[in-house]
Structure formats: structure tokens, C-alpha cells
Design a protein around this ligand. Structure first.
Ligand SMILES: Nc1ncnc2c1ncn2[C@@H]1O[C@H](COP(=O)(O)OP(=O)(O)OP(=O)(O)O)[C@@H](O)[C@H]1O
Length: 268
């Protein structure tokens, strides 16, 4: 792979198989012996091809359920693809609500495991350990299993590991939507500092403000398809257009649905 390319994905797809089992009780199961649960297939990512250069910050836009998180998990290697291939040039870290961390381990143990996965030696992790804990503001909980943490605390730990251990390619899934206001402010400050310089960032966010501010390119997804990747403003325009559901009011005048207004307000 060329040295300036961070991620190369060709025709990648992912379909989930869901069992629609509504027979939860013994009675239901007995009465429905000859009516087995139906299987449903959800094509979350449909044959996507994309290339991301080193040092780029790419925004992923699209309505709920369009496949953003699934795409990020495929690229980060959390899920195997059903078809196609992905080449990754560098160490990766996915940050969303605790993905990549073991809930049965303490924060201390998770820091060492994640650090090792990112290619750090034990001594290197020792050197940044205190910084990770301090940045995450988890001093009092460092030997507590993270299954007892709130989702915001898990997100803070993940963000702190990523900031201090520093993977080459960062997948940030709605990181500005987790943590409390104080931590969000801190996350934004880190983002605005030189932290992301030189790193490749794939950013999932419903905040057009965030996408506009940090991304040099953006992608627009719809129903599992990559409809567009390129100019950030163009991707935002496509996303806004997709949110403009025209509904008929009683006076037969078309009105813009609430969702479109919210999206427009966010971008204002
Ligand atoms: N683990 C899973 N098992 C089964 N179906 C899944 C799984 N993860 C996602 N899906 C389905 O795949 C589709 C895409 O989901 P995905 O989470 O990738 O969307 P998204 O664009 O990230 O949505 P949101 O903006 O709400 O986070 C949805 O229909 C979802 O129900």
C-alpha cells in the first residue's frame, strides 16, 4: 500500500442476521412449536469502497441506522467483513462507549491491555499511566472493575488512553456526546490542540458544527450505502437534504419536519 494512505477499503459489506424471537415464555414456545422464530437480515454496510489519506480528519454523516458505527467497527477490525478487504497502515484505536475495553477488568488493567494493543512497552505505559488516570479524572476508581463505571466514566477512560497512548488512526464515534459538560469541554480542547495533528481521524458525529470545524472531508451514508465522500460542505448539504422530510399540514402546505429543523439549528 502507498505510504501516504492510512486506510484502503474495497467493496466491504456487513449484513447482520437477527432472530425475531417473540416467543419468550414457555407457554408461547409450546403454542408456537410449528411457528419457529423468523430470521431477518439487516444489510448495515453495502459494498463500500473508500480511501483515507494519512493525517486526514474524515467526518461520517447520515441518519440513525444508516451504518456509520458498523462501518467504523469494520475499519477498526472489531467486526470481520462479509466481503471485500481492508488495508490499514498504522496502529488503530476505536473510541466509543467502551468498545475495546474489557468490562471484567479494572481501569488499571485496561490501561495496560489497551496500551499493549497499541504497541507500547510496559515501561512506556508505566510512564504515561498517571497522566491517563489524571486526565480521565478517575483517581478514586482505578482498581474498580469498569463494569461498575457509568458509561461516561468508561468513555473518559477510553478517551484518555487514546489521547495519551496515541494511536496513528483514531476512530471517534460520537465522543462529543458522552461525558459530562466539563469533560466534553476538555475533549474539545484536546481536539483543538495539536493532538490530532499528524493523526488520521474518522469522526462520527451528528453535530454539524463539530464536522464543519474539524473535518477536511466528509462522507454521507444512506441505508448502508456510501453516497458521497469529498467536500465537507457538500456532504453536510446532502445530509440536511436527507433530513428534509416534507409532511403535509392540515392546510396542505408543505412543512419541514422537526428533524430537519433540529439539524439546521445545529449547523447554525
Ligand atoms: N450488532 C448488531 N446486530 C444486529 N444488527 C445491528 C448490529 N449493529 C447494528 N445493527 C443494525 O445495522 C444497521 C446500522 O446500524 P449502525 O449502528 O451502524 O447505524 P448508525 O448510522 O451508526 O446509527 P446511529 O446514528 O443511530 O448511531 C441498523 O439497522 C442496526 O439496527
Amino acid at each position: 500500500m502507498e505510504n501516504n494512505i492510512a486506510i484502503k477499503a474495497r467493496n466491504i459489506s456487513k449484513t447482520f442476521k437477527i432472530s425475531e424471537d417473540s416467543h419468550n415464555t414457555v407457554k408461547h414456545r409450546l403454542f408456537n412449536l410449528f411457528n419457529p422464530p423468523r430470521t431477518k437480515y439487516v444489510p448495515a454496510v453495502k459494498s463500500m469502497t473508500l480511501e483515507i489519506m494519512k493525517g486526514e480528519c474524515i467526518g461520517l454523516l447520515g441518519r440513525n441506522g444508516c451504518g456509520k458505527s458498523t462501518l467504523v467497527k469494520l475499519l477498526a477490525g472489531v467486526y470481520p467483513t462479509d466481503s471485500g478487504y481492508i488495508n490499514i497502515n498504522g496502529s488503530t484505536m476505536l473510541m466509543n462507549l467502551g468498545v475495546g475495553m474489557s468490562h471484567e477488568l479494572t481501569a488499571r488493567e485496561n490501561i495496560y491491555v489497551s496500551g499493549s494493543v497499541l504497541g507500547l512497552k510496559i515501561k512506556e505505559i508505566d510512564a504515561i499511566f498517571d497522566e491517563i488516570v489524571a486526565f480521565a479524572e478517575l483517581e478514586g476508581f482505578i482498581d474498580t472493575k469498569i463494569k461498575f463505571y457509568s458509561s461516561g466514566m468508561v468513555a473518559r477512560l477510553g478517551f484518555s488512553i487514546a489521547v495519551n497512548a496515541g494511536a496513528d488512526i483514531m476512530f471517534l464515534d460520537e465522543i462529543f456526546a458522552v461525558g459530562d459538560a466539563k469533560f466534553q469541554e476538555k475533549a474539545v480542547k484536546v481536539f483543538e490542540s495539536s493532538w490530532i495533528k499528524g493523526k488520521t481521524v474518522i469522526l462520527v458525529s451528528h453535530s454539524l458544527e463539530v464536522i464543519r470545524q474539524y473535518c477536511n472531508r466528509a462522507a454521507f451514508l444512506k441505508n448502508g450505502e456510501l453516497k458521497y465522500i469529498g467536500d465537507t460542505e457538500e456532504a453536510i448539504a446532502l445530509y440536511l437534504k436527507d433530513n428534509e422530510i416534507i409532511v403535509k399540514s392540515e392546510s396542505a402546505e408543505p412543512v419541514v419536519a422537526e428533524e430537519a429543523l433540529t439539524a439546521a439549528a445545529l449547523s447554525a
